[in-house]
Design a protein. Structure first.
Ligand SMILES: [Fe+2]
Ligand SMILES: [Fe+2]
Length: 250
């Protein structure tokens, strides 16, 4: 199975949104022919109606199935009421042939930080199946992300969340928020951050990126696509059966 993991689109009529970059990026996503596109939040900047309209319209360029969770920006200004109108449930379990994808809203109205809480922890456990690989996706991050400035927005209940994920050997967690691509393995879990797809607020030379995640029987491989340069960089390869990983982070 191939997942295009994109994040932090930041549709906006001000400085945030780079529409040209989005258009180029959407073509690259289509070219990579993913089975599903997971968007880990921040589709808007202020959670405003016109931004939701713009995000919905722009995402029509992506031809594959979209699975979307909200980010902290999407919840601003009552945006949390708009999200379900435009993109459906904020918390869900989608079943694919050999994968359960658990999407969770880690954001709360008018707060930059995030938490999951006991209800969503239960959702994680519900999504765990012996016959399928479980993938969990939400906006905020569980652990510190390098190259992203001073750490302030790890989810409040990161300890409990990480404990549930590691105990259950959840193979893959997808996150966004920091506008930096990164991946790290802890025990038998690969934690992956996507950079920003089309926001002008990029960091240093990272540029706008998205991740392509190939999931095979025994292996997960994450490739970072630099959108402007149209260049792919294989970031991490994780062997599920022996739990080892090769990190070629750039
Ligand atoms: Fe963002
Ligand atoms: Fe965010």
């Amino acid at each position: 199975m191939k997942i295009a993991h994109i994040s932090d689109i930041h549709c906006n009529e001000g400085y945030d949104f780079n529409e040209k970059m989005f258009d180029k990026a959407a073509k690259l996503v289509n070219k990579s022919e993913p089975d599903v596109v997971f968007i880990s939040g921040d589709l808007t900047t202020w959670g405003l109606l016109y931004e939701y309209d713009l995000a919905k319209e722009k995402l029509k360029q992506i031809k594959n199935k979209l699975v979307v969770v909200p980010g902290n920006h999407d919840e601003r200004n009552l945006g949390w009421k708009l999200f379900p109108e435009f993109f459906g449930e904020t918390d869900f379990i989608h079943s694919f042939d050999d994968i359960n994808l658990v999407g969770l809203a880690s954001s709360e109205p008018d707060k930059d930080g995030g938490r999951l809480g006991r209800g969503r922890h239960k959702r994680i456990v519900e999504g765990i199946s012996k016959n399928k690989k479980t993938i969990i996706g939400f906006h905020h991050h569980l652990i510190p992300i390098p190259n992203s400035g001073r750490e302030t927005n790890i989810i409040e209940d990161a300890g409990e969340t990480l404990d549930i994920i590691l105990k259950n050997e959840v193979p893959l967690v997808l996150m966004g928020h920091r506008h930096v691509p990164w991946a790290v393995k802890i025990h038998k879990t690969l934690l992956v951050n996507a950079g920003t797809f089309s926001c002008n607020r990029t960091r240093a030379h990272f540029g706008n990126t998205f991740n392509i995640i190939d999931i095979n029987k025994d292996e997960i491989e994450v490739t970072v696509v630099n959108i402007e340069k149209e260049k792919q960089n294989k970031m991490i390869k994780f062997n599920l059966s022996d739990g080892c990983c090769a990190n070629k982070y750039f």
